[in-house]
Design a protein around this ligand. Structure first.
Ligand SMILES: Nc1nc2c(ncn2[C@@H]2O[C@H](COP(=O)(O)OP(=O)(O)OP(=O)(O)O)[C@@H](O)[C@H]2O)c(=O)[nH]1
Ligand SMILES: [Mg+2]
Length: 301
C-alpha cells in the first residue's frame, strides 16, 4: 500500500493500562499471522469519523471540523508498532444536505482501488434519538458499493457516548434502544434477512472522542458505564478480524462493475436459456413423439 508508514508513537499517549491491553490484542493478531489491519471509517457527515480516527491513533492525524470537512477526500493514516501496521482510512461524510453524496462515494471507491478492507467502522452518534430513511440510504450506498459481505466485517461505532439520557432513562437502556433502532435500519439498508442474523451479528461499540471524557483510577478514558472504550473498540475490531469472514478486496470489477449484490442477476437470462434447451425442449420433444404415436393410424402398429 503506497502510503507513508510512521512509527505509532501516539500509542504512548494512552494510559499505560490501555497501552498494555492494545499491545496484547495486537500480539494476539500477530499470533494468527495478521500483521496488517486496514480499517475503513464511513458514515454521515459530522458524526465523528475523523475524531474517532484520531482517538484510535492517539494523535491529531486527520482534521476535525464541527461544520464541514475542508477536503472531501479520503485519507489513510498508517502507523506501525512492533511489526504490526495499522492503516485507518478516514472518509468524507456520505450524506450532505439531506442527500447521498454520490461524488464523495465515487472518490472513496477510486481511493480504495486495489486495497483490502479488513474492517468497516460504520460511525454514527449515540445522542441521536431518531433513525430515518437517510440512514437506510447511506447503508444501502455502502452495500451497493462493496457488497453485503462488508457487513460481516463491520462494527457500528456510536460517538458522543458520554451523555445523560433524556427523560431519566438509565444509560444502558438508552444505549440498548438507540443501538437497536440503528441496527434495524442497517439490516434493512444492507438487505440482510432475518435468517442471516447469525451471519451478520453486528457489534456496537460506544466511543467518546471529547477531551473531556471521564477517566478511571488507571487514567483510562471511560464511558458512563465504566467501560474503558479504546481497548473495547480495538478488542471488538480484533474479534471481527477473527470471525471467519473474508476481507473485502476492492478491485476494478467491484468499483466499476454492476452492483455486487446484483451480479447474480446477470446470470438469469443464461439460466432461462439453459432451462429452455435442457428442460423445455426435451419435454416438447417427448410430447411431440407421444402425439405422433397416438395420431398414427392403428394399422401402423
Ligand atoms: N463531545 C463529543 N464531540 C465529538 C465526538 N466526536 C466528534 N465530536 C465533535 O463533532 C464535530 C465533528 O467531528 P468530526 O470528527 O470532524 O466528524 P466527521 O464525521 O469526521 O465529519 P465530516 O468529515 O465533516 O463528515 C467536531 O467538532 C468534533 O470535536 C464525541 O465523541 N464527543
Ligand atoms: Mg471528517
Amino acid at each position: 500500500m503506497a502510503s507513508l508508514i510512521r512509527e505509532w508513537v501516539g500509542i504512548n499517549t494512552f494510559a499505560s493500562a490501555t497501552q498494555t491491553k492494545l499491545l496484547e490484542l495486537l500480539g494476539k493478531l500477530k499470533q494468527e499471522n495478521v500483521n496488517t489491519l486496514t480499517i475503513l471509517v464511513m458514515g454521515k457527515g459530522g458524526v465523528g469519523k475523523s475524531s474517532t480516527v484520531n482517538s484510535i491513533i492517539g494523535e491529531r492525524a486527520v482534521s476535525v471540523n464541527p461544520f464541514q470537512s475542508e477536503a472531501p477526500t479520503p485519507f489513510m493514516v498508517s502507523r506501525s508498532r512492533a511489526g504490526f501496521t495499522l492503516n485507518i482510512i478516514d472518509t468524507p461524510g456520505l450524506i450532505e444536505g439531506g442527500y447521498i453524496n454520490d461524488r464523495a462515494l465515487e472518490i472513496i471507491k477510486r481511493f480504495l482501488l486495489n486495497k483490502t478492507i479488513d474492517v468497516l467502522l460504520y460511525v454514527d452518534r449515540l445522542d441521536a434519538y431518531r433513525v430515518d430513511n437517510l440512514d437506510r440510504q447511506v447503508v444501502k450506498a455502502i452495500t451497493d458499493s462493496f457488497g453485503k459481505g462488508i457487513w460481516n466485517r463491520a462494527v457500528v461505532v456510536l460517538t458522543h457516548a458520554q451523555l445523560s439520557p433524556p427523560d431519566g432513562l438509565p444509560y444502558e437502556d438508552f444505549c440498548f434502544k438507540r443501538s437497536g433502532a440503528l441496527l434495524k435500519v442497517v439490516r434493512l439498508g444492507a438487505g440482510l434477512k432475518r435468517r442471516n442474523k447469525q451471519d451478520f451479528a453486528l457489534p456496537v461499540v460506544l466511543v467518546e472522542n471529547s477531551g473531556r471524557c471521564n477517566k478511571n483510577e488507571n487514567d483510562e478514558k471511560v464511558l458512563p458505564n465504566g467501560t474503558a472504550w479504546i481497548p473495547d473498540l480495538v478488542k471488538t475490531i480484533t474479534e471481527v478480524v477473527s470471525n471467519g469472514s473474508k476481507s473485502i478486496f476492492v478491485d476494478k470489477k467491484l468499483i466499476e462493475g454492476p452492483n455486487p449484490n446484483e451480479r447474480g442477476k446477470l446470470l438469469i437470462p443464461l439460466i432461462f436459456a439453459l432451462q429452455y434447451f435442457f428442460v423445455v425442449k426435451p419435454i416438447e420433444r417427448a410430447i411431440g413423439d407421444d402425439i405422433e404415436k397416438e395420431s398414427r393410424p392403428s394399422w401402423d402398429n
